[in-house]
Design a protein around this ligand. Structure first.
Ligand SMILES: *Cc1c(COP(=O)(O)O)cnc(C)c1O
Length: 370
């Protein structure tokens, strides 16, 4: 019998860490990951293919994706030095956690929110301080506890924090006036994660605050409104000093040449995506109105391409939906999100299939459980 030798233990920061599991199971109707229901249009796909065909694969890619940086910078009226491109927004989230976190340092988190922020902080040995969102009390499922966050940063020990707006998974926006007060109240790096910003009303982005606030970083991604989640490209907009610090920790060749070429063509064609984004927004409103007519579903307005809802016996409903071919995201075991599910907005046909299947499951539940 073969005997294995021993293995030195890893960094203690990894103790108890569970690898990120998106529960991405194959299903007919994929409404769990907030992806765009549509691939690229024929025109954009053609431009992407041609650009990819020109890539010199024997050469390393441009480490900083400068052509893409320049295109993004000119669209926002900023300089190349204000932009950093990453292997998905996820890489940039880790870079920020590594650069601004670490042992002896502190990050403020506002759960329920994107779980990656706290997971990255823990990996880096950063202390995580939670200021929970206020649950209930109005039009949204929850909202940032503005006064508590301002009070907590005033203690001076917070090194960085992330405000996800629209918030994943709950869909609500955070007021810009609060973000401005926060930026003025602290020198902590404030990352405003606008991964879903394209689905929100105009005028809700933190971009206008960029020129006056050195401690602001804004995250955008090509994975949601721009349909290329499979390609892995995102970017940060920030003061050149923030970008310089991030350059110290990033992996030099993290954004491969194919991804740079594809993202550049998609970004140049960004006007083409406005119509599909508008269609998703109108579908979101239609699905919201329909679910509201289901007596036992509590569902909240959303500024993103998903809806957050509470249903009786959510874990069971999630399983029944999957058995019927519709995958949504289950948040029912979360302490703050008990019995909650998140459904991405898909094509009209996919949304109809979700609605009718959910209606059927809830009817049956009512019969069985009364
Ligand atoms: C999807 C998402 C991102 C970025 O995703 P990438 O695919 O890595 O670009 C960042 N933040 C939130 C909250 C997201 O949901």
């Amino acid at each position: 019998m073969m005997v294995l030798n021993k293995l030195r233990s890893t960094n203690p920061n990894l103790d108890g860490i569970v690898p990120y599991d998106p529960k991405y199971l194959p299903a007919d109707v994929m409404l769990s990951a907030n992806e765009n229901p549509d691939g690229l249009s024929a025109g954009v796909a053609g431009a992407v293919s041609a650009a990819i065909a020109r890539v010199q694969v024997n050469r390393y890619p441009d480490p900083l994706a400068n052509d893409l940086r320049d295109e993004i910078a000119s669209a926002y009226g900023v300089e190349r030095e204000n932009v950093l491109v990453g292997n998905g927004g996820d890489e940039l989230l880790f870079d920020i956690a590594f650069a601004w976190g670490g042992p002896g340092r502190t990050m403020l988190d506002c759960p329920p929110t994107f779980s990656v922020y706290a997971a990255n902080a823990r990996l880096c040995g950063t202390t995580v301080v939670n200021v929970e969102r206020v649950i209930g009390g109005g039009r949204s499922f929850c909202s940032v506890d503005e006064e508590a966050v301002l009070e907590r940063v005033s203690q001076g020990d917070i090194d960085y924090l992330t405000i996800c707006t629209p918030n994943n998974p709950t869909g609500e926006l955070t007021d810009l006036s609060f973000i401005e007060r926060l930026l003025d109240a602290t020198d902590a790096l404030v990352l405003v994660d606008e991964a879903y910003g394209e689905f929100a009303k105009l005028g809700t982005s933190a971009l206008p605050l960029l020129s006056s606030h050195k401690n602001l970083a804004i995250l955008h991604t090509f994975s949601k409104a721009y349909s290329i989640a499979g390609v892995r490209v995102g970017y940060v907009l920030a003061h050149p000093e923030v970008i310089s610090e991030l350059k110290k920790v990033r992996q030099p060749y993290s954004v491969d040449a194919f991804s740079q070429a594809a993202a550049l063509e998609v970004f140049k064609s960004r006007d083409v995506f406005a119509a599909r984004t508008a269609k998703i927004v109108s579908e979101r409103e239609r699905v919201l109105a329909t679910l509201r007519d289901f007596g036992d579903v509590e569902v909240w307005p959303s500024s993103a391409n998903y809806l957050f809802m509470r249903v009786p016996k959510a874990a069971y409903v999630w399983e029944r939906l999957l058995a019927g071919g519709v995958l949504v995201r289950d948040f029912s075991t979360g302490e703050l999100t008990r019995d909650c599910l998140r459904v991405s907005i898909g094509s009209p046909e996919q949304n109809d299939r979700f609605i009718s299947l959910l209606g059927h499951i809830l009817d049956q539940e009512r019969e069985y459980f009364g």
